[in-house]
Design a protein around this ligand. Structure first.
Ligand code: CMC
Length: 428
């Protein structure tokens, strides 16, 4: 929280002075409109490409201090949640503001479990995709397609209806994700198992073959649950902003969530974990690391899994993930790419370029190595990110819908094109 006060500014064009109230460390951009050179002037705009210094909302969900490497959901440190809570309890926390009590937790888990099945037509829809369709493309499409199965979701002002859609979206994400994988592998779809945990059921739908009942490895099940928690929310990132912006048109939450998932798919966002693996494979051996880093320093490429818009010292999620990696590798065996990753991190963190640019491993740097050790193909990595992020998208969308200050999102522009001109017979 910043302090309140007043910003006094003088416009050198007119000599006029203005007092702009400062609340919570921010001025309101709309207050700049009074700054004009003439009566018919539109008023001063804020120019902020990529929203580097613009707060688009007031939010009570996630707190980040990028300089100190702090991440909290609803006030709880990410380290405590990842170590002691379940993903579904964290989802409840994000949506409701408080962790559930024992009975609430059981009822919430039952409710989610009850909604894990998808309409059989969703399977037919997935069947229509090409055999090598990227699972993230299938996920984006099937999340959007869900809106056609639940047309009541258009009633965005109806709290009870919207709660149902939020439950459905959290519940069905693992099913859609696993079905996308099974389609690509040419395997029959494995249906949800109500007796398993959220993460355990996802592993069941991914890996179940002929056994009557799939039993997930408890260490991997727990690790995946913790990884989902680490990805559950991250305040106003690219995909969450997409969720809020698209949702501000009052479209149903399935369509808004599909837009958010599409934003996540990009290699600079949730697609980065996939790119990290490809990068480590391309490097191939620790001997090749210095040459690769030199290319990054020359601006020829970026070290994927390095850098963050907000974190400038360390990403607390990356620290936790390194600990999770040890428990996973104890079960799966060590991923040989880990040696390349550790050496890459060591060399980069000692390098002046990375120090001066404040570039550190982010959440995506080690998550892919764990996912790969667990048997997930690289193309599933952003899908796993999307499963974890769904509660965050929904919590942010819900908060935005209830915020009386929010309207349809509609940025301004600075027009730099041609002035008025006429055809003058130039079209033949
Ligand atoms: N490797 C090498 N140089 C980099 C990297 C990198 N990964 N990231 C930033 N830089 C340099 C960049 O070239 C620029 O240098 P200069 O000022 O000399 O021109 C400087 O650092 C600032 O970069 P920027 O692009 O202005 O920073 P940004 O805040 O806009 O970008 C980022 C943040 C995460 C998109 C970027 O660091 C990046 O592309 N990282 C690689 C992709 C990645 O790992 N993404 C996952 C982000 S965490 C999970 C998530 O949110 O999805």
């Amino acid at each position: 929280m910043g302090t309140n006060g007043v910003l006094q500014v003088t416009d050198s064009r007119t000599g006029c002075s203005y007092e702009l109230p400062i609340t919570d460390g921010a001025i309101r951009a709309i207050d700049l409109r009074q700054v004009k050179v003439s009566e018919d002037d539109f008023g001063l705009l804020c120019y902020d490409p990529a929203f580097l210094n613009t707060a688009s909302c007031r939010s009570a969900i996630t707190f980040i201090d990028g300089d100190k490497g702090i991440l909290r959901y609803r006030g709880y440190p990410i380290e405590e949640l990842a170590g002691h809570a379940s993903f579904l309890d964290v989802a409840y926390l994000l949506l409701h503001g408080e962790l559930p009590g024992k009975e609430e937790s059981e009822a919430w888990t039952r409710e989610i479990t009850h909604h894990t099945f998808v309409h059989e037509n969703v399977k037919k829809f997935i069947d229509g995709f090409h055999h090598d369709a990227h699972p993230m493309g299938i996920l984006v499409s099937t999340v959007a397609a869900l809106s056609t199965f639940y047309p009541e979701a258009k009633a965005v002002a109806d709290q009870a209806i919207q709660r149902d859609q939020m439950v459905r979206l959290i519940a069905k994400m693992p099913t859609l994700a696993a079905f996308a994988y099974r389609h690509a592998m040419g395997l029959p779809y494995a249906y949800p198992d109500d007796e398993l945990s959220y993460a355990g059921n996802f592993l069941n739908m991914m890996w179940k073959m002929t056994e009557p009942r799939y039993s997930p490895d408890p260490v991997l099940e727990h690790a995946l649950d913790a990884l989902f928690i680490l990805h559950a929310d991250h305040e106003q990132n690219c995909s969450t902003s997409a969720m809020r912006v698209v949702g501000s048109s009052q479209v149903d939450p399935y369509s808004a969530a599909a837009a958010a998932a599409a934003a996540l798919y990009g290699p600079l966002h949730g697609g980065a974990n996939e790119q990290v693996l490809r990068m480590l494979q391309e490097i191939g051996s620790v001997d090749n690391i210095p040459a690769y880093i030199a290319r990054a320093k020359r601006g020829e490429l970026r070290l994927m899994g390095f850098g963050h818009r907000v974190y400038k010292n360390f990403d607390p999620r990356a620290t936790i993930i390194k600990e999770i990696a040890d428990s996973v590798f104890a079960v799966t065996g060590r991923n040989p790419l880990l040696d390349i990753a550790l050496e890459l991190e060591r060399i980069a963190l000692a390098d002046e370029y990375f120090i001066s640019h404040k570039l550190y491993p982010n959440v995506d740097f080690y998550s892919g190595i764990i996912y790969q050790a667990m048997g997930f193909p690289v193309s599933m990595f952003p899908v796993l990110f999307a499963i974890g992020r769904m509660p965050g998208w929904l919590a942010q969308w819900h908060e935005s819908a209830a915020d009386p200050e929010q309207k349809i999102a509609r940025p301004r522009q600075i027009y730099v094109g041609e002035g008025l001109r006429h055809l003058n017979g130039t079209i033949s």
